[in-house]
Design a protein around this ligand. Sequence first.
Ligand code: G6P
Ligand code: MG
Length: 222
Amino acid sequence: QVKGFLFDLDGVIANTSAYHAKAWHQLADELGVTWTEDLGNQLKGVGRMDSLNLILKYGGKENDYTEDEKVKYAAEKNDNYLKLLDTLDKSEILPGMEDFIKEISDQHYLISLASSSKNSPLVLEKLGLAQYFDEKVDPATLKHGKPDPEIYTRAAEVLKLKPEECIGLEDASAGVKSINGSGAISVGIGDPKVLSEADINFNNTSEVTLQNIAKAMDKKKV
Ligand code: G6P
Ligand code: MG
C-alpha cells in the first residue's frame, strides 16, 4: 500500500532543470566542451561537482584542471544559476504539479523531497510549495549522488516509511535508477526512451494525478 511520495524537484515540480542546463551550457562553452542534448540528459539529477566532472570527461578534459580550479568553475556555474533564480516564482511550476501536490496532501499521503540540489529549499520557498513537504533530504549529508539509491532510501526513511510504501517521481535517468535501487515505485516524467527503466511513464507533468498513477499501477501490477 502506498503511503508516501518522494519528489525530485528540478524538472518534476518546476522548470528549473532548464535553468541548470542553461548555466551548465554557459560553462561548457567557456571550457570549450561542445554542448549536446545527450550531455544535457546525462547531467539531469546529478550533483554539482559530479556534473562538472561529467562535462570535463565528455570533452576529454578530465585531467586538465586542478581540484581548486574545478571548485571555482562549479561556484561560477552556481552564481549563474542563482542569477536565473532571481525572477523565479509560481509561474515556473510545471503544469498540474501544484494541484497534484495539493491532492496528495489532502489525502494525507506523506511527502518528502529527494533533490540533489543544495538550492532546493530556496526554490521551494520561491514557488510557495515548501509547506506541503513533511520532510526534506539534505543532499549535503549524502555519501553518494544519484544514480546511487541513497537519496531515495533516505527520503522514505525520513518519513518513517519503507521505500516499498513510496512512489518516487523523476525526470532524470539517474534519478529513476536511484528510485529503483531503493525499492520504491518509480514514475518517470518525460521522454519514455530516456526513462525506459521507470515502472510507470508519463510524457509530461499534466498527466500526473492519483487516478492516472493508480490506473498505471493496475495495468503493470506494480
Ligand atoms: C539537481 C539538478 C541538477 C543539479 C543538481 C545539483 O539534481 O537536476 O541539474 O546539478 O541538482 O544542484 P545544485 O543546485 O546543488 O548545484
Ligand atoms: Mg530532476
